[in-house]
Design a protein around this ligand. Structure first.
Ligand code: NAG
Ligand code: NAG
Ligand code: NAG
Length: 378
């Protein structure tokens, strides 16, 4: 079921109708979601499957979430391309900042005034390195996401003029979620991967953070001025890794250590960049600790397990992919992981709470509530 179907366009058309209807309902009742105002800032998203909201549906790749039970808790109850049972991280951030959800850049519906809200360029399977996720074939690597962002800016300029387009891009909130695949779908993919022959883990982390530095500089050149940079989560604790590498269900040490080395280099790199730019452009998000909180104490968060995925098969439901044939838990709100790699909407809600209201240990140098208050005064 991980390929394109003829019903895809029908689904998208139905979804569009439902979403438009939903939007009207929400605007009418008004109190449920903050209404979009003239001043609602644009939102741009780059990165991998944690934030892809459907771009891969339009690409020749197997890395897709466009078949059931993906989307089972989404308002339409249909798969959308999000790697979640319901909303994903960008959706939940949009809701909190009072913007309508942004569309995948490749969606034919992203036209006209919709361009002003922003766009999502993320593509499941990609990494910092071009050789990450090669097994997924036709996905949008970072340099491709950026060339589409340039194309977007030209289209936006035609819509609102060059000056206003620049103001929208400079004033936008940007989310960049990248790096996990450079480990699980590259360095650690096979025991003798090319990158693991070339580098030790610390050397590899130094190398990919130096490449990430170039990516963030390019993003700055393209006009981004407020960028959330999520570190990688606890890679050794995801059901897929528990299933394949853990003997006793404990998080896999080698991957946990790699994630920690990478994350601490990333925090330092964003600090250095901010110093160099003389402005807090980049905000390091401690996704590792945000996830570890509910992985370590699932009961405190209302989860019955943080080891077993809701959808999957084999040990910890962590073997293979989540498909129509997989085991599926009846209540997604009591699971931390939706599929072998991705958190449930419920778990993402806890992450978003920390992004808005967390201390500087979680959000460095500042949380999203502070950013929004500050930027409102510009
Ligand atoms: C990825 O490929 C693009 C286009 O060929 C190139 O500009 C970029 O430097 C490459 N990145 C890395 C990390 O090799
Ligand atoms: C952050 O805290 C404020 C004040 O307590 C609260 O109203 C808001 O809902 C919180 N935001 C998130 C995303 O949890
Ligand atoms: C969010 O950041 C602001 C400024 O750093 C801080 O005052 C506030 O306490 C933070 N929120 C929480 C819940 O720590």
């Amino acid at each position: 079921m991980w390929f394109s179907t003829n019903s895809h366009h029908t689904i998208m058309t139905n979804m569009r109708v439902i979403l438009i209807t939903l939007h009207l309902v929400l605007v009418t009742i008004g109190t449920v979601v903050p209404m979009r105002t003239e001043s609602a800032r644009a939102f741009f998203v780059f990165g991998d499957s944690l934030v892809d909201n459907g771009n891969n549906n339009y690409l020749p790749t197997t890395a897709r979430a466009n078949s059931p039970p993906y989307g089972i808790d989404y308002p339409t109850r249909r798969p959308t391309g999000r790697f979640s049972n319901g909303f994903n991280l960008p959706d939940l951030i949009s809701q909190q900042i009072g913007s309508e959800p942004i569309l995948p850049y490749l969606s034919p519906q992203l036209n006209g005034q919709k361009l002003l809200v922003g766009a999502n360029f993320a593509s499941a399977g990609i990494g910092i390195l071009n050789d990450t996720g090669i097994q997924f074939v036709g996905i949008l690597r970072m340099f491709e996401q950026f060339s589409l962002f340039k194309q977007y800016q030209q289209r936006l300029s035609r819509e609102v003029g060059v000056v206003e387009a620049k103001r929208i891009v400079n004033g936008a909130l940007v989310l960049m979620t990248l790096g996990g695949n450079d480990f699980v779908n590259n360095y650690f993919l096979t025991p003798l991967s090319a990158r693991s022959q070339q580098f030790t883990v610390p050397q590899f982390c130094t190398y990919i953070v130096s490449e990430y530095h170039k990516i963030l500089m390019r993003l700055f050149e393209l006009g981004a001025r407020r960028v959330l940079v999520t570190g990688t989560g606890p890679l050794g604790c995801v059901p897929s890794q528990l299933a394949t590498r853990s003997t006793n269900g404990e998080c896999v040490n080698e991957l946990q250590q790699a994630a920690q080395i990478f994350n601490s280099l990333l925090v330092q790199m964003t600090k250095d960049l901010n110093t160099q730019l003389g402005s807090d452009v980049f905000i390091a998000v401690n996704a590792y600790q945000m996830n570890m909180n509910f992985i370590t104490n699932p009961q405190d968060f209302g989860f019955v397990t943080s080891k077993m995925a809701c959808c999957g098969q084999g040990r910890f439901n962590g073997v293979g992919l989540c498909t129509t044939l997989s085991n599926l838990c009846p209540n997604r709100d009591v699971y931390a992981f939706w599929d072998p790699f991705h958190p449930t909407q419920r778990a993402l809600e806890f992450i978003v709470r920390d992004m808005f209201n967390g201390s500087s240990y979680y959000m460095n140098p500042m949380n999203l509530s502070t950013i929004i208050a500050m930027d409102a005064n510009i």
